[in-house]
Design a protein around this ligand. Structure first.
Ligand SMILES: *Cc1c(COP(=O)(O)O)cnc(C)c1O
Length: 474
C-alpha cells in the first residue's frame, strides 16, 4: 500500500461512472456507457484536462458469455485481479448502509497519454476484512443482484466516492454524474454544504444516456429508508427525486446546473421525458487512437502526422488515395477473418462482402431485422455473396434479449449452406476493435428514436468501414 494524498491543489473535475472501460483485462465495463467513460478519460489525458475518474472495482466483472450449440446464453463470473494493474491506497472512508458502517477503500490506476497528460482513476472496493461478508460483495458484480444490491452499490459509488476524494485531499470543482447511478453523490454534497441546494447545483453536471424508461433507476422509499437511511430529510428527498419513488435521473437533474443528452435527437427525447428541464446535447465521441486499427494508424501517420493528438486532422481523410484505403482495409479484414476462423469452424472467406453487427442483444437494437425476410436475404446473396458476423451479450434478466440470440442462431441453421453466419461469444473491447475495422459494412438497425447515440459506427468510420443503418442516434 502507498501513501495516497494528492497534494496537487489544481482543481479537479470528478467523473463518476458505474462502469469504465479502460482495457480488455479490466472487467469493469459492460457496454457503450463504460466504453464512453473510458474514451472520455483517455481523451482528457490527451488534452491534459484536470479530471479524475471514480468507479467501482467490480472484481467479478459483469459476466463472461458462453453460447451453447443451440444458441443459449450461459453466464459465468468474469473475475479479474486489480493488483495486476493498480495499487491499493491506504486511505479509507465509511458509508452507512442498513445502519451499519461499511468501509471503502480505493485502487489507483493511472491513464497516461503520449502528450504527458495523466488521469487518475479510483476504483472503489468494499472487499475488506473489516466488513461483514455481505458488505464485502457490494463491489463484486457490475450490474449484478437485485434492487437492494444496486442501491448499495450506488451508495458506495456516490457517497463513498465523494468521501474518498475528500480524504485523498483532492480539490474537486465539479462532479460529473455519468448516468444517474452516481446521483447519490449530490446527497453527500448537500450534507457537506448545509443542505444548500443552490450550492450543490453549482457543483454538479449530469449526463443522461437513454430514452428507455427501464434504463433509469427508481427505488421505493421503503427500500431507500431501510438501506440508505435519511442523509437528507425524506420530504426534501421526495421533492428532489420524485414523490412516488426515488428516481435517480430526476435527483441528478434537480441537483445539477447543467445537463445533457448524448445526441441532438436524444436531447429532444430526454426533454420529452423530463419536461421543464433545459437538457442540452453533447454528441458522444470515441477516442480515435484506441479505435483505429494498426493499418489505418500507419496510413494516418503517413498522411496526417500528429493525428493522434489532433484527431480533427482526420477531416481531411478524403484526400487519402483510394488504393491506400483499400489496402489498409484489406489488412484489417484479414486480421478479423483469421481471428474468426481460428475460434470457430465457420470458415469465412477473405473476399466475400462481410457485414457486421455487434451490440447488446436487446429488443430495440433489432439484431434480427436482417432476418425478417429470409427469401429476400437469400436472393440478395445470390446476386452478390455475403457473410455475416454477429456478437453481443444479453442482460442476464432480459429474456427477450436471450431469445434474440437463440433466434439468430436458428436463422444461422436455416441459412446453412447458403450464407455463412457466425455469432461470436463474449463481445468485449478487443473483439469490438477487430470487428469495427475488419468488416466491410457495419450494420445498425435500432428502432428510432431509442438509440440515444451509439458509438460503434464512429469506430467503424475511423477504419474506413461503411456504415449502413437507420438514421438514429449520432
Ligand atoms: C463501442 C462499444 C460499445 C458501444 O457500441 P454502440 O454502437 O454504442 O452500441 C459496446 N460494447 C463494446 C465492447 C464496444 O467496444
Amino acid at each position: 500500500m502507498v501513501e495516497s494524498r494528492d497534494y496537487s491543489m489544481r482543481q479537479k473535475i470528478a467523473y463518476f461512472s458505474m462502469e469504465i472501460g479502460l482495457s480488455n483485462d479490466i472487467h469493469t465495463y459492460n457496454g457503450g456507457l463504460g466504453i464512453l467513460a473510458g474514451d472520455v478519460i483517455r481523451s482528457s489525458a490527451d488534452l491534459r484536462i484536470p479530471l479524475v475518474g471514480i468507479t467501482l472495482v467490480s472484481k467479478k466483472g459483469h459476466f463472461r458469455q458462453e453460447i451453447t450449440s443451440d444458441g443459449k446464453q450461459v453466464e459465468h463470473p468474469d473475475p479479474w485481479e486489480p493488483s495486476e494493474f493498480m495499487q491499493l491506497l491506504s486511505t479509507e472512508v465509511k458509508v452507512q448502509i442498513q445502519k451499519r458502517d461499511v468501509t471503502v477503500k480505493s485502487w489507483l490506476y493511472t491513464v497516461k497519454s503520449q502528450t504527458g497528460g495523466v488521469v487518475s482513476v479510483y476504483f472503489l472496493d468494499t472487499d475488506l476484512e473489516v466488513n461483514n461478508p455481505e458488505d464485502r460483495e457490494i463491489t463484486s458484480f457490475l450490474y449484478g443482484g437485485d434492487e437492494r444490491y444496486r442501491l448499495k452499490q450506488e451508495i458506495v459509488l456516490g457517497i463513498g466516492g465523494v468521501k474518498i476524494l475528500d480524504s485523498l485531499g483532492l480539490n474537486v470543482r465539479k462532479y460529473h454524474m455519468n448516468e444517474g447511478h452516481s446521483s447519490l453523490l449530490a446527497l453527500e454534497l448537500l450534507q457537506k454544504n448545509g443542505m444548500n441546494t443552490d450550492k450543490v447545483r453549482s457543483l454538479c453536471v449530469f449526463t443522461t444516456h437513454t430514452p428507455i424508461d427501464a434504463g433509469h433507476d427508481k427505488f421505493s422509499y421503503d427500500l431507500v429508508r431501510e438501506v440508505l437511511g435519511e442523509p437528507v430529510p425524506l420530504d426534501m428527498l421526495k421533492k428532489l427525486g420524485g414523490q412516488e419513488r426515488l428516481n435517480m435521473t430526476l435527483l441528478a437533474l434537480n441537483l445539477s446546473n447543467y445537463y445533457n443528452g448524448v445526441a441532438k435527437r436524444h436531447r429532444d427525447s430526454a426533454r420529452a421525458m423530463f419536461p421543464g428541464y433545459e437538457i442540452c446535447a453533447i454528441t458522444n465521441g470515441v477516442h480515435s487512437y484506441t479505435w483505429t486499427c494498426e493499418s489505418f494508424r500507419n496510413l494516418y501517420d503517413k498522411y496526417f502526422p500528429g493525428w493522434t493528438n489532433e484527431p480533427d486532422l482526420l477531416e481531411r481523410a478524403d484526400g487519402i488515395l483510394d488504393e491506400d484505403v483499400w489496402r489498409a482495409h484489406g489488412e484489417g479484414k484479414k486480421v478479423l477473418i483469421d481471428h474468426v476462423n481460428k475460434i470457430t469452424n465457420v470458415g469465412l472467406d477473405y473476399d466475400t462482402l462481410t457485414v457486421g453487427f455487434a451490440r447488446r442483444a436487446t429488443g430495440y437494437k433489432r439484431a434480427d431485422l436482417l432476418f425478417s425476410d429470409l427469401e429476400k436475404l437469400k436472393r440478395a446473396n445470390r446476386k452478390g455473396r455475403i457473410q455475416l458476423i454477429f456478437s453481443g451479450k444479453a442482460h442476464p434478466r432480459d429474456d427477450s434479449g436471450r431469445k434474440l440470440i437463440e433466434q439468430i442462431f436458428g436463422c444461422t441453421q436455416e441459412l446453412k449452406g447458403e450464407i455463412k453466419i457466425v455469432y461470436l461469444a463474449n463481445y468485449d473491447m478487443d473483439l469490438s476493435a477487430k470487428l469495427v475495422s475488419g468488416v466491410d459494412v457495419w450494420l445498425n438497425t435500432p428502432l428510432r428514436p431509442l438509440e440515444a447515440s451509439g458509438t460503434s459506427g464512429m469506430k467503424a468510420a475511423h477504419n474506413g468501414v461503411i456504415n449502413f443503418g437507420v438514421l438514429d442516434g449520432w
